[in-house]
Design a protein around this ligand. Structure first.
Ligand code: COI
Length: 356
């Protein structure tokens, strides 16, 4: 399969673009989508860019019953001088293949997927919003399409990319969010699928999210699935704390999603000579740091959420207010540097961005 094989069918009806203050997250979709099919014996084939539309699947398709599916999330930005930048797309396609491996889905050709994405963005380029704090969120995903109810890996799949102009993920924007530490349910266990980006992990997180929002909190902080003692991640973000001058984040342990923004923040902190540790962090350590006044900042990182300061954690009956509920200095610096690199207003010494 080469780039010449991608068929492009342009829409004759262009949708109206939403105003930038109405974007929110993932509610509007661009005019086109990319689809590539897979069949055993034939491999990935028939790549095409077509008008955005519903897809038709057999109700017995395995994705509906057994959740054989993976996805990614990445973003594109337009710079003030009208260049289009993608942030670390190779890392996303690499992670997609790692998720594929775990879910028994055939690997995609990462270079081809990136080329297909570039063509799709070129077709829908005018959908990339330009207001500060906005971007084009890109959602590649793969679904198992075999119409067969036996529990076994599918022999046919579809790889699809859809795109959505977005503002901030949380209604709070860059204002600190409040997070409830979940004590009963768990998101993932070592040896499970926690490190893969697959729908089931998010389905299993919904109960916690419902409990959190009933209590007035935006998200759930998940603890490990065995002892319910060690901090893992938040529903849509990895988590960092600044305690006693050192930034710490849970080490990747097989049940935590290896976030690309997480990795970028670790590299950025190292480049600024700010101490950063990846290690096990118990919730008791965080609570103790709060009580002795050394819990200085907390923030979450993710493609959708970018960098989101955490102003409050609720653990059991105690409300842990962090930095008076305000964004901390290191969090602000990371936010400014990351978004500046992403939107091209700052130098990119890490070569993270790719120009279209
Ligand atoms: C992302 O940050 O891209 C995510 O996938 C998180 C979430 C919206 C599911």
């Amino acid at each position: 399969m080469t780039m010449k094989d991608i068929k492009i069918e342009l829409t004759t009806y262009k949708k109206e673009k939403p105003a930038s203050d109405k974007l929110g997250f993932g509610q509007f979709f661009t005019d086109h989508m990319l689809i590539i099919d897979y069949k055993n014996g034939k491999g990935w084939h028939d790549p095409r860019i077509i008008p955005y539309q519903p897809i038709s699947l057999d109700p017995a398709a395995k994705v509906f019953h057994y959740g054989q599916t993976v996805f990614e999330g990445l973003k594109a930005y337009v710079t003030v001088d009208k260049r289009v930048l993608l942030f670390r797309p190779e890392s996303n396609f690499k992670r997609l293949n790692a998720s594929n491996e775990r879910l028994c889905i055939p690997a995609i050709n990462e270079e081809f997927a990136l080329e297909g994405l570039k063509q799709l963005i070129t077709v829908d380029r005018e959908w990339i919003p330009t207001e500060p704090g906005t971007s084009l969120y890109i959602r590649p995903f793969i679904i198992a399409t075999d119409p067969y109810l036996g529990v076994s890996s599918s022999r046919s799949f579809q790889f699809i990319i859809i795109m959505s102009p977005v503002g901030s993920y949380y209604k709070e924007g860059i204002k600190p969010v409040k997070i409830l530490v979940e004590q009963n349910y768990v998101r993932a266990v070592a040896g499970g699928t926690g490190a893969a980006k697959t729908g089931g992990n998010y389905a299993s997180s919904l109960k916690g999210q419902e409990i959190a929002s009933e209590d007035g909190y935006s998200q759930t902080l998940w603890l490990d699935g065995v002892e319910k003692r060690y901090v893992e991640e938040v529903g849509s973000m990895n988590i960092f704390f600044k305690m006693n001058g050192t930034v710490v984040t849970p080490a990747l342990n097989g049940s935590i999603l290896p976030g690309i923004t997480r990795d970028s923040m670790i590299q950025l902190l190292k480049s600024k000579n700010i101490p950063i540790e990846e290690r096990r962090i118990s919730i008791d350590e965080v609570i103790e740091a709060y009580h002795n006044g050394t819990l200085e900042e907390a923030f979450g990182t993710g493609t959708a959420a970018v960098i989101s300061p955490i102003g409050e954690l609720k653990w059991q009956e105690e409300r842990i207010i962090i930095n008076n509920g305000e964004i901390g200095e290191v969090t602000q610096m990371l936010y400014d540097t990351l978004t500046g690199i992403q939107n091209g207003s700052l130098e990119d010494p890490f070569s993270w961005t790719i120009k279209l």
